[in-house]
Ligand binder design. Structure first.
Ligand code: AMP
Length: 281
């Protein structure tokens, strides 16, 4: 596995991949790797000649009072895990390499950001879209792999690829979970032991909500209040949002039908957890 820290070196490497007509699969991450990230690499490996992973904690997508400084980092461990997973090129740029001067031109996401994480993290998806577009331009992948754990991010990236005519296929990848159902996340290490136990209620309530819908419930408000009751009784977390929306449009719905997302964000003392399920009714 080659570790590349500069955009210039990445471009040189790419040239030879392009000359030999190798396809490139790309997995963008912020590091502190877990099985969720590795599952993206596995899917990328099965569909491409070369797999590039990036590790970059992007300051542009964190708000002033968010966890940029507290975000867990361990490059030595990550590079070992990436190598074991079969990553061919690990792109690990410094902030000064990605943003050598002020980023005065940015991507502005116009739709689907007034809900879910977009509402509670203003500017977050502009920061995500901007860094992802930069990474796409640096790496020039054929296919990119994004986890449905961040379903709103998937919707934004798909729309960006469409709107900017990027010659890239976006692959939606399933959420990988702990044995008890908690979605794997780099932020889980910031949970206190008691919070970790309580966090199980997030996926449990999503699963029960899906069962209610399968049994015929079609009122989004009843689903939301059911989940709210569950989280309030089973956790000490603070509810950031509980939403039932159309997917990938992320529009409010008065009745549950078609492709929908049920999404939760729950704040514990040092970790804000998100999870969701999408289903077609
Ligand atoms: P992050 O490092 O959190 O920015 O995540 C990098 C990529 O991994 C994103 O496409 C995430 O959606 C994806 N990802 C994060 N957690 C999981 C998970 N538990 N299962 C599948 N994909 C995930």
């Amino acid at each position: 596995m080659r570790i590349v820290e500069s955009v210039g070196e990445m471009k040189t490497l790419l040239k030879s991949a392009n000359q030999s007509e190798q396809t490139i699969g790309f997995v963008a991450t912020m590091g502190f790797l877990h099985d969720g990230h590795i599952s993206l690499v596995e899917q990328a490996k099965s569909e491409n000649d070369l797999v590039v992973m990036s590790i970059f904690v992007n300051p542009l997508q964190f708000g002033p009072n968010e966890d940029f400084d507290r975000y867990p980092r361990n490059f030595e461990r990550d590079s070992k895990l990436a190598k074991e997973a079969g990553v061919d090129v690990l792109f690990y740029p410094a902030t000064s390499e990605m943003y050598p001067s002020e980023q005065t031109v940015t991507v502005s996401v116009q739709s689907g950001t007034n809900v879910l994480c977009g509402q509670s993290r203003p500017g977050h998806f502009d920061g995500v879209a901007t860094v992802v577009l930069k990474l796409f331009n640096i790496i020039e992948p054929d296919r990119v792999y994004f986890g449905m754990k961040d379903a709103q991010q998937v919707a934004v990236i798909e729309q960006m690829v469409l709107n900017f005519n990027l010659p890239i296929e976006v692959r939606r990848c399933e959420t990988v979970r702990e044995e008890d159902g908690l979605a794997k996340s780099s932020r889980n290490v910031n949970l206190a032991p008691e919070e970790r136990k309580q966090a199980v209620a997030i996926y449990e309530s999503l699963t029960e909500a899906v069962a209610m819908i399968t049994d015929g419930e079609c009122d989004p408000d009843r689903i939301k209040s059911f989940i709210q009751d569950q989280l309030l009784t089973k956790t000490d977390g603070v509810i950031d949002y509980i939403e039932v929306l159309s997917y990938p449009e992320l529009k409010e719905i008065s009745e549950i039908e078609g492709e929908i997302i049920i999404a939760i964000a729950l704040k514990f003392a040092k970790a804000r957890l998100i999870d969701n399920v999408t289903l077609t009714v």
